[in-house]
Design a protein around this ligand. Structure first.
Ligand SMILES: Cc1cc2nc3c(=O)[nH]c(=O)nc-3n(C[C@H](O)[C@H](O)[C@H](O)COP(=O)(O)O)c2cc1C
Length: 226
């Protein structure tokens, strides 16, 4: 079994999955483990909608319809990124994209091919199972952070069981349509999706190992040395 540190390293975003099913019992086991995530006041401000089979196909169809109508995504009060990014974030995002498209041998100028790859988000990159993470809009930034912890727990509990994942905020582009489709209450919204399945090891995109800033770049240490 993977140690926590091994699982942290082993979890990478997988963007090409095999069709091999992930049984409901295994998805339940993953969520049963992840539900022990912490949250302020123990609110547990998360709900999960897991889809497979015909329900997965229905949301893929929905995405096609909505994206034909709103190619840039539905208007949202919670955009994925700030309108403009600043350093070092802008460069980090740029480098990730370049590393991924280099692996896929898609040059910057080939916008159509880059878009086709992006569109694979809306097929869960072939994953047989997808999770949609739902939060109540009345919650504040703290609870959104706690939902993020829960999502990381899901990804780690999955990789411990040999199941790979890709978090997919791309699905935020159709929050209104998803809320309607899943019959969410007026105050609920889908924050993010997560593809779950087994990786296609032959797919070049899955070789992507994104960079991380070093500990010295992200942390300062005070009072440790006399
Ligand atoms: C909340 C969240 C949403 C994400 N949404 C997407 C997405 O829509 N599509 C995608 O391909 N990757 C998505 N990612 C994956 C990130 O690009 C990835 O986590 C980051 O580049 C680090 O790489 P790694 O996950 O392989 O370690 C998302 C990650 C997070 C945490």
């Amino acid at each position: 079994m993977l140690s926590v540190s091994e699982a942290l390293k082993a979890r990478t975003s997988i963007r090409a999955f095999l069709a091999t099913p992930v049984p409901e019992a295994l998805v339940r086991e993953i969520l049963d483990s992840a539900r022990w995530s912490p949250s302020g006041g123990n609110l547990q401000p998360w709900k999960v909608i897991a889809v497979a089979g015909s329900e997965r196909a229905a949301v893929i169809d929905l995405a096609q319809k909505v994206r034909a109508e709103h190619p840039a995504g539905e208007p949202t009060e919670f955009p994925i990124y700030p309108a403009t990014l600043w350093e070092p974030y802008r460069s980090r995002r740029y480098l990730l994209g370049e590393a991924m498209y280099t692996l896929l041998q898609i040059p910057r100028a080939d916008k159509a091919a880059r878009l086709r790859q992006f569109d694979r988000n809306y097929e869960f990159f072939g994953a047989p199972v997808a999770l949609f993470f739902v939060i109540d809009k009345r919650m504040g930034h703290g609870q959104w952070a706690h939902l993020g912890m829960f999502m990381q727990s899901v990804a780690l509990a999955a990789i411990e069981r040999g199941v790979s994942s890709c978090m997919q905020e791309a699905w935020a582009a159709l929050r209104g349509a998803l809320a309607h489709h899943f019959q969410l209450s007026d105050t609920e919204l889908v924050y993010c999706a997560m593809a779950l399945g087994y990786p296609d090891r032959t797919a070049p995109v899955n070789a992507l190992r994104s960079e991380r800033a070093s500990v010295d770049e992200i942390a300062s240490f005070r009072g440790f040395r006399a």
